[in-house]
Design a protein around this ligand. Structure first.
Ligand SMILES: NC(=O)c1ccc[n+]([C@@H]2O[C@H](COP(=O)([O-])OP(=O)(O)OC[C@H]3O[C@@H](n4cnc5c(N)ncnc54)[C@H](O)[C@@H]3O)[C@@H](O)[C@H]2O)c1
Length: 308
């Protein structure tokens, strides 16, 4: 299994590190445009191999796509992150050009690749990869919901003073401060609905804190977060590489599912060796359906800014 990670910045390097530590991939290629940067990150990571006990071989390259040839999976993290006070949507001007160029070059070298899009605004960038490449829809996956769900579980555990391992929950919808739809009605603590433990008001607070989870960290860090994003991506890569058939909320092209069409947005999917092997239709309350439609309107508005 060969995995390419484009962008050796905060998220790309964290993602490569988690993939290596989990030790399921033979090879990770880190690619960046900054001269020597990916090579440096790769060497530093390889010097953790004996300490962390992994055999994954990580190499770094500057802009040399030939070295990515025959990759099974690529993760696109190249592009600028937001600064405090910015929305993800404001990144579109610069990131669209980067994602377009990177996805074409990846497919040239690896025509059967599975692409995981991380660069923001992620749902729109995922849609752009569909417009740019001829890859089938199951091979283009946007990562946002897996991270947002981890943040949701963190906030639920905090509110209930419970260990995170007790909590299950999912966030669907657009990967934006206003577009996320945390499924509070489905979230559980050891199969008991969280509404049994938390007031409606506290649950709403959890949902709001989840939606601005990225912005909260950006304010604290001065740039967007990387540990949880990297871990979330590595979870998707592992599910595909190891054919785990795990369910994650991912941004995928919808063609009628959830009453939505011609849009990439987060819904639960099954991930296995073929990428997105199934879109899972889950029952939503009327309020959740309305929020999903509203979220989709926001994503479509951002898609409208693409100069295709
Ligand atoms: N989807 C998510 O859940 C999620 C979470 C966190 C961050 N992000 C997004 O991921 C992206 C990366 O964030 P980061 O914090 O790692 O940023 P960063 O600035 O640390 O790293 C980005 C890297 O991309 C490289 N790059 C730029 N143009 C390139 C090109 N054409 N080819 C190859 N490499 C190129 C830069 O040199 C840099 O090293 C941002 O757009 C951010 O908003 C998404």
């Amino acid at each position: 299994m060969k995995v390419t990670v484009v962008g050796a910045g905060a998220v790309g390097a964290s993602c490569a590190e988690y993939i290596a530590i989990k030790d399921f991939a033979a090879e990770v290629v880190l690619l960046d445009i900054k001269e020597g940067y990916a090579e440096g990150k790769a060497m530093d990571l390889m010097q953790t191999a004996s300490l962390n006990g992994f055999d994954t071989k990580i190499t770094g390259v500057t802009g040399d796509y030939a070295k990515t040839a025959d990759s099974d999976i690529a993760v696109i993290t190249s592009g600028i992150p937001r600064k405090p006070g910015m929305t993800r949507e404001e990144l579109i001007g610069i990131n669209a050009g980067i994602v377009k160029e990177v996805s074409s070059k990846l497919v040239e070298q690896s025509p059967n690749i599975i692409i995981i899009v991380v660069s923001n605004p992620m749902d729109t960038m995922t849609y752009l990869v569909h417009q740019t490449t001829d890859l089938p829809k199951n091979r283009i996956i946007g990562m946002g919901g897996a991270l947002d769900s981890a943040r949701f579980k963190y906030r639920l555990a905090e509110a209930m003073e419970a260990p995170i391992s007790d909590i299950d929950g999912m966030v669907i919808g657009g990967h934006s401060d206003t577009g996320m739809v945390p499924l509070t009605s489905h979230a559980t603590r050891n199969s008991i609905k969280v509404s049994e433990f938390l007031s409606e008001e506290r649950l709403q607070q959890v949902a709001e804190d989840t939606k601005v989870g990225g912005a909260t960290l950006t304010k604290l860090l001065g740039t967007s977060a990387w540990y949880a994003p990297g871990a979330a991506v590595s979870g998707l890569v592992q599910a595909i590489a190891c054919d785990q058939k795990k369910m994650f909320p991912c941004s995928t092209l919808l063609e009628g599912e959830y009453d939505l069409d011609d849009i990439c947005i987060g819904v639960p999917v099954i991930l296995g060796r073929d990428g997105i092997e199934k879109i899972v239709d889950i029952p939503l309350s009327d309020a959740e359906k309305d929020k999903m439609q509203e979220s989709a309107e926001g994503v479509k508005k951002t898609n409208g800014l693409l100069q295709l």
